[in-house]
Each structure stands twice: as structure tokens, then as C-alpha cells.
Ligand binder design. Structure first.
Ligand code: GMT
Length: 379
């Protein structure tokens, strides 16, 4: 198949999943064309059958407001014609599904272009709910020939809040390359991150309010009272200054490292001892899955689709949203008890390999594309 993929190229789960999907599909013999305003952050190195098309934004004084949605529609249209795409797969509904719908309308006389939209999270749980965006989000989802959601939770929310029929949404979970995300990677940066032999607690996110990074700091400060540990914060976003300030107020600033954005988180996760994810909403929790693949137990909040990934009591502990005391107690117990940690670490890796390995999940996308294409040709 010749597949177009549109995603946000910036640091974030939806762009990471879209990029890994494209790379995986190309490795299985498909031709993949990424269409976005910048090269996706995880698309480095050369991959056979993978191409990148940058969306061109024309400048003109009258076009005062950015018109990315239109420019993207034009780029999808042009790429589909030039490369004879069989299908366009967009990640994150807004505005990608809308642009792809416009492109498809433009391609009507050339046979159209089947559109698959993958819902990732805040496109449905936050941004798509804004009253100004709700109708167009719903319209764009409904006009997609195929719709996937990354968890059962996200599917339920989409049915409930957008009135999309349940039978038109397929749940295909996120996945991880367990050959890349693994514990026995070299080099491991343990000595640099924890020179005194401390346990390494880690958090990776875009530091948006939904991630409640202040809670990560609070839980870490609690852990540090009884376990020598360092906290590695990877990523960046609006709440980073607040988190740094809180680390100072709680007296743990010297043991908290803010690394900023990091394109190769597998290098960090492979030497972590505990992953903290205290989001108040999480449709899936790709960062937690990547940690699990590296044998890192997870402590977090029982939010959204996270329980579908982090099975409570098996690979870690999930507590109610905001229960920092419970999270601290669970994290401390895990770090202090070597046998318990070993069991959780092994289970985390096993769940990632058995349920979410890229080679298990990718065929579901391929099969779904075939279904969408065959329904299109029958209709
Ligand atoms: O960060 C992103 O790229 C998108 C982001 C969001 O804001 O929706 O993440 C979502 O997509 C990821 C990949 O499918 C999921 O693992 C995250 O759980 C989800 N984030 C939220 O639901 C808050």
C-alpha cells in the first residue's frame, strides 16, 4: 500500500505513535509519505520507503492568521496525486481530519482518497470539546471512512461526547518497539544521572497542566524522605517552571534534574527504577508503556485509559487522582523491596512484549486499512 500519514511533528505521544507506525509499515514493505509542517521528531536516520513532505505556508499580508489547515489540505491533495496514495491516515483529529476531508473532496474526480483518523486523547477529551470546535471535530470524525481510538476508554468518551456510533470506532492500542525500549541497553546513563548510586525515578511528558507535574515533585519529595533517590524530568512545557519552584520549596531541588526535550527517551528509561505518571486525564499513557518495556514499574493515577496499560498490582500501582500520599507510599515500598521490584519489573516487560509489541499491533492497522479500502471499492 501507499500510505500518507499526517501527525504533529513535535514532542508528544500522537506524533511518536504516528512516526513509529510509519516506520513499521515501511519495514513491512509499504510506502509511507509523512505530510506535516516539520519533520516528525522521531523520524531520524534513513528508512527505506519512507518520505517526508513539508507543508508549504504561503505568506501574504492579507493572510494575517495562519492558514495551516488549508495548506495541509493542499499538501495532502498534491501528495496523494503525485504519489498515487491509496489512503491517508491522520493522527489527532484537529485539524488533521478536517484538512484530509477537504483534500478528499478535491480528489473526488480522481477517485477520492480513503481517510482513516486516529483519535489520541485531548483531541476528544479537551480541545474537541471547546464549543467552537465541537461541531467541526464531530463532522471530521464522522466523515472519516475509518476511525480508531487508542483505548476502550477513548472510544467510550467519543461515543458519549460526540455521538459517534460505537460500531464505527475500532480500538487499536498504542505499541512499543521492544527491541529499542529494553533494559539492557548500552550505554546506560545511570552513573551520570545518579552518581551516588541513588535510585532513579523518572517522568517524561509535555508538562501540560493535565500531567500534574507538581504532583510528581510532591511524590518524589516523599520518596526521598526514606529512599536515596534522584528524579529525572524529561520533556518541557508550561508547567516546568512551577515544578522547578516546588522542588526548591520542598528542599529536593539538588536531586531533581530537568533534562528538557529528549528525542531518544529509551536511553533514559533503560536505567530508570520507577516511572511516575500523575496525569488527571490520560487516554492511553504511551510514556508509561515505553517505561514498562524497559522493565520500569509505574506508579500513577487511575485516570482514563491508563488502567488498560498499567495493570494495577501487576506492573505497578494506580491510585485515585490527587492521592499523592498513597502514591508516595506505593513508590517507596517498591523502591525499598528488592524482590517486589524485581517481580514488578519483569511483569512490566512481559506485558509490553506480550500485549503491546509493535509486531503484534501493526497487523491490526494493516487489516483495518484493507477493510476500509475494500468497503470503499464496494460502495
Ligand atoms: O502529546 C500528544 O501528542 C497528544 C497527547 C494529547 O494531548 O492528546 O497525547 C495523547 O496521545 C498519546 C498517544 O496516543 C497517549 O499515549 C496519551 O495518553 C494522550 N494524552 C492524553 O490523553 C492527555
Amino acid at each position: 500500500m501507499k500510505i500518507g500519514i499526517t501527525c504533529y511533528p513535535t514532542y508528544g505521544g500522537s506524533g511518536a505513535v504516528a512516526t513509529e507506525l510509519g516506520i513499521g509499515l515501511a519495514a513491512r514493505g509499504h510506502e509511507v509519505h509523512f505530510i506535516s509542517y516539520a519533520q516528525p521528531f522521531r523520524l531520524s536516520g534513513f528508512h527505506e520507503r519512507v518520505y517526508f513532505h513539508e507543508v508549504e505556508m504561503e505568506r501574504y499580508p492579507l493572510l494575517e492568521h495562519p492558514h495551516y489547515t488549508l495548506a495541509l489540505a493542499a499538501a495532502i491533495h498534491d501528495t496523494a496525486l503525485r504519489e498515487s496514495l491509496d489512503l491517508i491516515h491522520v493522527h489527532y483529529a484537529i485539524p488533521h481530519a478536517t484538512s484530509a476531508w477537504v483534500a478528499r473532496e478535491m480528489l473526488e474526480e480522481n477517485g477520492g482518497l480513503p481517510l482513516v483518523t486516529t483519535l489520541h486523547g485531548t483531541d476528544v477529551t479537551l480541545v474537541g470539546l471547546y464549543s467552537s470546535l465541537h461541531p467541526i471535530t464531530r463532522f471530521s470524525i464522522m466523515r472519516s471512512q475509518g476511525v480508531t481510538a487508542v483505548s476502550e476508554y477513548l472510544k467510550e468518551v467519543t461515543v458519549r461526547d460526540f455521538g459517534v456510533p460505537a460500531e464505527s470506532i475500532r480500538v487499536i492500542p498504542n505499541f512499543v518497539d521492544t527491541g529499542v525500549f529494553r533494559r539492557d541497553r548500552t550505554p546506560c546513563h545511570r552513573e551520570a544521572l545518579a552518581p551516588g548510586g541513588e535510585r532513579i525515578v523518572m517522568h517524561v511528558s509535555n508538562f501540560r497542566p493535565v500531567k500534574r507535574v507538581a504532583d510528581v515533585i510532591e511524590v518524589f519529595a516523599g520518596i526521598r524522605r526514606s529512599v536515596p533517590a534522584r528524579l529525572v524530568m524529561a520533556g518541557d512545557g508550561p508547567d516546568r517552571p512551577r515544578a522547578a519552584e516546588l522542588a526548591g520549596l520542598l528542599g529536593v531541588a539538588d536531586d531533581v534534574v530537568f533534562l528538557g526535550k529528549h528525542a531518544a527517551v529509551e536511553e533514559l528509561l533503560s536505567c530508570a527504577d520507577l516511572f511516575l505518571l500523575t496525569s488527571e486525564s490520560e487516554s492511553f499513557g504511551l510514556a508509561a508503556l515505553e517505561a514498562m518495556a524497559c522493565g520500569v514499574p509505574v506508579v500513577g493515577y487511575r485516570a482514563g485509559g491508563l488502567p488498560e496499560v498499567v495493570s494495577h498490582g501487576e506492573v505497578g500501582v494506580l491510585v485515585p487522582i490527587g492521592a499523592t500520599g498513597e502514591a508516595t507510599a506505593a513508590a517507596t515500598e517498591l523502591l525499598a523491596d528488592a524482590d517486589l521490584w524485581e517481580r514488578r519489573s519483569e511483569a512490566a516487560r512481559a506485558v509490553a512484549v506480550e500485549s503491546f509489541a509493535v509486531e503484534r499491533v501493526l497487523p491490526h492497522y494493516e487489516a483495518y486499512y484493507m477493510e476500509v479500502l475494500s468497503e470503499g471499492s464496494a460502495g
